[in-house]
Design a protein around this ligand. Structure first.
Ligand SMILES: [Zn+2]
Length: 46
């Protein structure tokens, strides 16, 4: 048995309705990841 090391290749980016940045990654073995970056923590001005 040999360990498979996933290689995350970014497939695309999108912005959700909430304004979050969504990144999609995929490995050659078929595994996929979805990373969500919240962008709702910007500077707050009164
Ligand atoms: Zn893999």
């Amino acid at each position: 048995m040999s360990k498979h090391v996933h290689v995350r290749v970014r497939q695309g980016m999108a912005v959700s309705e909430n304004g979050d940045l969504i990144e999609e990654y995929r490995c050659g073995c078929g595994a996929t990841w979805t990373m969500v970056h919240r962008i709702d923590e910007g500077p707050v001005e009164p």
